[in-house]
Design a protein around this ligand. Sequence first.
Ligand SMILES: *[C@@H]1O[C@H](CO)[C@@H](O)[C@H](O)[C@H]1NC(C)=O
Ligand SMILES: *[C@@H]1O[C@H](CO)[C@@H](O)[C@H](O)[C@H]1NC(C)=O
Ligand SMILES: *[C@@H]1O[C@H](CO)[C@@H](O)[C@H](O)[C@H]1NC(C)=O
Ligand SMILES: *[C@@H]1O[C@H](CO)[C@@H](O)[C@H](O)[C@H]1NC(C)=O
Ligand SMILES: *[C@@H]1O[C@H](CO)[C@@H](O)[C@H](O)[C@H]1NC(C)=O
Ligand SMILES: *[C@@H]1O[C@H](CO)[C@@H](O)[C@H](O)[C@H]1NC(C)=O
Ligand SMILES: *[C@@H]1O[C@H](CO)[C@@H](O)[C@H](O)[C@H]1NC(C)=O
Ligand SMILES: *[C@@H]1O[C@H](CO)[C@@H](O)[C@H](O)[C@H]1NC(C)=O
Ligand SMILES: *[C@@H]1O[C@H](CO)[C@@H](O)[C@H](O)[C@H]1NC(C)=O
Ligand SMILES: *[C@@H]1O[C@H](CO)[C@@H](O)[C@H](O)[C@H]1NC(C)=O
Ligand SMILES: *[C@@H]1O[C@H](CO)[C@@H](O)[C@H](O)[C@H]1NC(C)=O
Ligand SMILES: *[C@@H]1O[C@H](CO)[C@@H](O)[C@H](O)[C@H]1NC(C)=O
Length: 507
Amino acid sequence: MLSVRMLSFFILIFSLCDADSICPPEDNPLILSPHEIIEEYGGNPVTVNCSTTLAKHKGMYFTVGNETSHIIEEQMNISQSVSLSDWNVKIKCKVKLNESHECSKDLQVITFKNPEVVYSVQLENVMGKETQYRLQCDIINVAPVQYLTVSWYKNNESIETQIFNDTIKTPVNVSSILRVNISREENVVEFRCEAQLNFGRQEQKTPAISQTQKVSAHYAPELNTESTKAFSSLEGNNITLSCEAVGNLPPVYNWTCDGEIMLENANSLNITRVKHNTTCTCTATNYLGNITNTINVHVEPKGFPFTLTPSEMVVRFGDPVSINCSTSATDVEGMGWEAPFGGTGFKPPPVVTWRVEKLEEWAPSPFCYVTLVDGEQYTAKPDITVYKTPDFVSVSDTGRGPMVEGREHDLKCDVINVAPVQNLTVKWYRDNETVQTETFNDSTMTPVNAFSTLRISTQRNYNGLTFRCEAELHLGPKGPKFLPNVTSPPYTAVVLCKSPNYLLHVF
Ligand SMILES: *[C@@H]1O[C@H](CO)[C@@H](O)[C@H](O)[C@H]1NC(C)=O
Ligand SMILES: *[C@@H]1O[C@H](CO)[C@@H](O)[C@H](O)[C@H]1NC(C)=O
Ligand SMILES: *[C@@H]1O[C@H](CO)[C@@H](O)[C@H](O)[C@H]1NC(C)=O
Ligand SMILES: *[C@@H]1O[C@H](CO)[C@@H](O)[C@H](O)[C@H]1NC(C)=O
Ligand SMILES: *[C@@H]1O[C@H](CO)[C@@H](O)[C@H](O)[C@H]1NC(C)=O
Ligand SMILES: *[C@@H]1O[C@H](CO)[C@@H](O)[C@H](O)[C@H]1NC(C)=O
Ligand SMILES: *[C@@H]1O[C@H](CO)[C@@H](O)[C@H](O)[C@H]1NC(C)=O
Ligand SMILES: *[C@@H]1O[C@H](CO)[C@@H](O)[C@H](O)[C@H]1NC(C)=O
Ligand SMILES: *[C@@H]1O[C@H](CO)[C@@H](O)[C@H](O)[C@H]1NC(C)=O
Ligand SMILES: *[C@@H]1O[C@H](CO)[C@@H](O)[C@H](O)[C@H]1NC(C)=O
Ligand SMILES: *[C@@H]1O[C@H](CO)[C@@H](O)[C@H](O)[C@H]1NC(C)=O
Ligand SMILES: *[C@@H]1O[C@H](CO)[C@@H](O)[C@H](O)[C@H]1NC(C)=O
C-alpha cells in the first residue's frame, strides 16, 4: 500500500507532465523579459519580468531553485530579482491555469567567469635545423567551459582553435597544448594564445590574451664569413680583434693569445699597445657546441723617433768619446744615458750626451732611454768597438837547428796585447810578398796575446831573404782611415845547403 503522501507525489508528477503537454513551447502563454541572462558571476542582481498572454488565470509565480515566490493573481506580469551567485540556479516562471494545471517557462541563465591565461613555452628538442617547442596555455578559472574557445596565433595569424565540450557549470582550469617546429629560416616567431567565452549570436566576451612569446630555432655557433683571420698593425697601437659568430643561444666567447687565456668574454678583444706578432683564438660556445677562429696579428715594428749620433763607434782605448741621443717625439717625459761612466740621470728632452774623456772600458754598454708621458719606455744602445794595437810584434824561429834546404821549417809571429782579437789580421811577408794571412775567431773583447805560425818548405834561394809579420786591425768603415798596424822586425833566413851524400856518410 502506498502512503497518501506518496500517492499525492505521483499525482503531482502526472499533473506536471499533463501541464507541459498543454503548454507546448511554440504556444506558451508566458513571455520572459529578458528571455535569457548572460551575466558575470557575482554581478548585480538582475530583474526578470514574466508576463502572460492569458487574460484569466489562477496566479503567477517564479521558482528559483527549490524556492517558490508568492503567487500573484489578477496581474498579467510579475517580476523577480535574480542574484548571480549560484552557478547552477534554475529559474522558472509559472502560471496556474486552474487548480490542477499550470504552464511553465524556463529562464536561460548563464553565469560566467572570464578566465585568466598563463602561457608557458618549453623547448622539447633540437633536431638538426628544426627546434621543437611545446607551448602551453593554461586557462585559469573559467566558467562555463563549454563556451570557451582557445585560439593560437603565430605571428598574428590564427593557426589553431580548440573548444571544450565539458558541460560543467562551475569554474575549471583547462590547458591547451601546441607543439611547433621552428626552423632557422623562420628566424623569430611570435606566439600567443587567446581564451574567449563565446555564447553565439554576437554574444562574445572580451578575450583574455596571453603575453606574446618569441621563439626561434636553436643552433650551435657558426663563424660569420666576415670574421677576421689576419690583422696588421703598427707596433704600439691599440687594436681591437673581433670574432663574429652567430648561434642560438647567443654564444659566449673565450679568447687566448699565444696560448694565454685572456680575461675577455665578449666578441671583441682589445689589445693595448700591441708589441709583438701574436696568434689569438676566439672560441664561441653555446650549449649546442663551439667554433674556434684563429687570428694572426702581424705587428710591424715601429722605428721610434730616436737617434744616436753616432750610432756606431770605433774608439781607441783611452781616447775620448761622446754620443748624442736625441728624440723628436713630443710626448716625452724625460730621457737619459745609463752607463758605469758618463751616465746623465733623468733629463728633459730633446738631447742628452754621453761623454767620457778617457774611455777605459773594453766592452762599454751605455744605453739611452726615453720615458714617455704615459710611462712607456724605449731604449737604444750604440755599437762601440774599443781597440788597442799590439805592444809589439816579433818573429821567432821555432825550428830545431838551422834552416836546411828541402826541409820544412816553422817561424812564429807573436802579437802581444791586442784587442779585439776578432778584428786582428796577421800577414806574413817574404821580402815584400804576402805569403800567408790569418784571422782569429776568439770573441774576447779585452787585450790578448795572439800568434801565427808560418811553415816554410825551405829552398836554396831563400838564403838571405827577410821574413816579417804584420798585425792589422780591420775595424770596418767606422774605424780609422788607415788600418792600425804594427810590423815585426825582419827575420833574415840563413839556409844551409843540402850536404852531398859522401859527407853524410862521414857523419
Ligand atoms: C520589467 O517591467 C518594468 C515595469 O514593470 C520595466 O520598467 C522594466 O524595464 C522591465 N524589465 C525588462 C527587462 O523588461
Ligand atoms: C533547497 O535547496 C537547498 C540547496 O540548494 C537545500 O539546502 C535546501 O534544503 C532545499 N530546501 C528544500 C525545502 O528542499
Ligand atoms: C503589467 O500588467 C499591467 C496590467 O496588469 C499592465 O498595465 C502593464 O503595462 C504591464 N507591464 C508590463 C511591463 O508588461
Ligand atoms: C568531447 O570532445 C572530444 C573530442 O573533441 C570527444 O572525444 C569527447 O567524446 C567529447 N566528450 C563529450 C562529453 O562530448
Ligand atoms: C691605448 O690605450 C691606452 C690605455 O687604455 C691609452 O692610455 C692610450 O691613450 C691609447 N692609445 C691610443 C693611441 O689610443
Ligand atoms: C670561458 O671563460 C669562462 C669565464 O672565464 C669560463 O668559465 C669558461 O670555462 C671558459 N670556457 C672555455 C670553453 O674555455
Ligand atoms: C675596446 O675599445 C673600444 C674603444 O677603442 C671601446 O669602445 C670598447 O669598450 C673596448 N672594449 C672592451 C671590451 O674593453
Ligand atoms: C712579425 O713578423 C714579421 C715577419 O713574419 C717580421 O718582419 C716582424 O718584424 C715581426 N714583428 C715583430 C714586432 O716582431
Ligand atoms: C668544442 O666542440 C668539440 C666538438 O666539436 C668538443 O670536442 C670540445 O670539447 C668542445 N670544446 C669546448 C671547450 O666546449
Ligand atoms: C818588391 O817587389 C817589387 C815587385 O813586385 C819589386 O819591384 C821591388 O824591388 C821589391 N822591393 C823589395 C824591397 O824587395
Ligand atoms: C770585428 O770583427 C767582427 C768579426 O769578424 C766583425 O763582425 C766586426 O764587424 C768587426 N768590427 C768592426 C768595427 O768592423
Ligand atoms: C800601417 O800604418 C801606417 C801608419 O802607421 C799607414 O801609413 C799604413 O797605410 C798602414 N798600413 C795599412 C796596410 O793600412
